[in-house]
Design a protein around this ligand. Structure first.
Ligand code: GLY
Length: 344
């Protein structure tokens, strides 16, 4: 297991203490001087019921379909029933759906209370819990309402991964592969030389990989918190990926995987990306059991895609690759994208 270590993540208005390799006891000890309300979801609670204090815990319904204003409203009712005042500290434990909602609830409850996350999935550890963007979906559209606000702490308890279902391991590795594609060719090679099965067996190696990815996400996000520049790179694979996720029942990482392959093909046309490297990515995704294609309605995907948050006026910031490890933001007119999308 990764040794315990505290690493400060400095954002513009706050230093987030990131604690790697902690246990539930470490979290409790760190928060011992606070009135903590714990928030998790049904899935996580069922696995670790003994770790949540009765009466000071809110259990959200599990799954992306519940990442809504309605669920947030119900959690706020529970906080009011608990007579939680502005000194309350919200401790979100769970996957990305939980961390996204807890960060949002903490930002609006009584106009803002302090909070922390203990992400429980690979995806939440390397992506969702880091960066401060928190919010909910509106209808079919992902993360349309939300805030950018940082937690006090990020607690990494790698033992949570012992109970993580295989599908979620696979989904989380799509975001790790994304990081390698846009920023870290060496990590791409490292992933190539290992396998999902290796990482599931050896949580100390996985802990190091997760830490590296959390730090990479932090370094990209902290330089551009409001996403007007380099942070956009983190959307590699996500423009089409989010659309596919919306119109199918595919897990996030699976849809992103297909989105990354499409973005590589587009990169071949628009950035001179080497087609052989698209093949490398396809082989890597397959090695990690991720899909590289799917049957979906292009018309439906396009309807969702044009509502993407990355759109601005008649153009969209599409993330492409110049090389493995070198992502670029490419501004593309919607009409050009539409033409390429339907002919590819
Ligand atoms: N919550 C994920 C991010 O800020 O990017």
């Amino acid at each position: 297991m990764t040794k315990k270590e505290v690493v400060p993540f400095r954002f513009s208005d706050k230093e987030v203490q990131c604690l790697f390799g902690v246990t539930f006891d470490d979290i409790r000890e760190r928060l011992s001087d606070k009135r903590v309300v714990w928030i998790t979801d049904e899935h996580f609670y069922t696995k670790y019921p003994q770790d949540f204090p009765a009466g000071q815990c809110i259990i959200l319904p599990a799954g992306e379909a519940h990442k809504t204003q309605e669920t947030v409203g119900r959690a706020i009712d529970e906080l009011l029933n608990m007579e939680a005042d502005r000194e309350v500290f919200l401790m979100g434990v769970g996957g990305g759906v939980v961390t996204d909602m807890v960060g949002y609830i903490a930002s609006i409850y009584l106009r803002g209370v302090k909070f922390a996350f203990a992400p429980s999935s690979v995806l939440a550890m390397v992506d969702a819990a880091v960066g401060g963007k928190n919010g909910v979906n509106v209808g079919l559209f992902k993360n349309q309402v939300g805030v950018i606000r940082q937690p006090e702490y990020l607690f990494y308890n790698f033992s949570f991964l012992h109970t993580l279902p295989e599908l979620e391991w696979i989904s989380g590795f799509a975001e790790i592969i994304k990081h390698a594609c846009i920023h870290d060719a060496e990590m791409f090679r490292f992933l190539w030389n290992n396998s999902l099965e290796d990482f599931r067996k050896d949580l100390s190696v996985t802990g190091e990989l997760i830490r590296k990815n959390a730090e990479l996400k932090f370094s990209v996000a902290s330089g551009d918190e409001r996403e007007s520049g380099q942070r956009r790179l983190l959307n590699f694979g996500h423009t089409l990926g989010h659309a596919i996720e919306n119109i199918t029942t595919m897990p996030h990482g699976f849809a992103i995987s297909i989105g990354m392959v499409f973005a590589c093909r587009l990169s071949e046309k628009l950035e001179g990306f080497d087609p052989e490297k698209t093949e490398w990515l396809i082989q890597l995704l397959k090695k990690y059991h991720l899909p590289v294609e799917a049957d979906y309605s292009k018309e439906k995907a396009w309807d969702i895609l044009v509502h993407d948050k990355k759109k601005s006026g008649d153009s969209i910031h599409f993330i492409l690759l110049k090389d493995i490890g070198e992502g670029v933001v490419h501004s593309l007119s919607l009409s050009e994208l539409k033409k390429l999308f339907f002919e590819m």
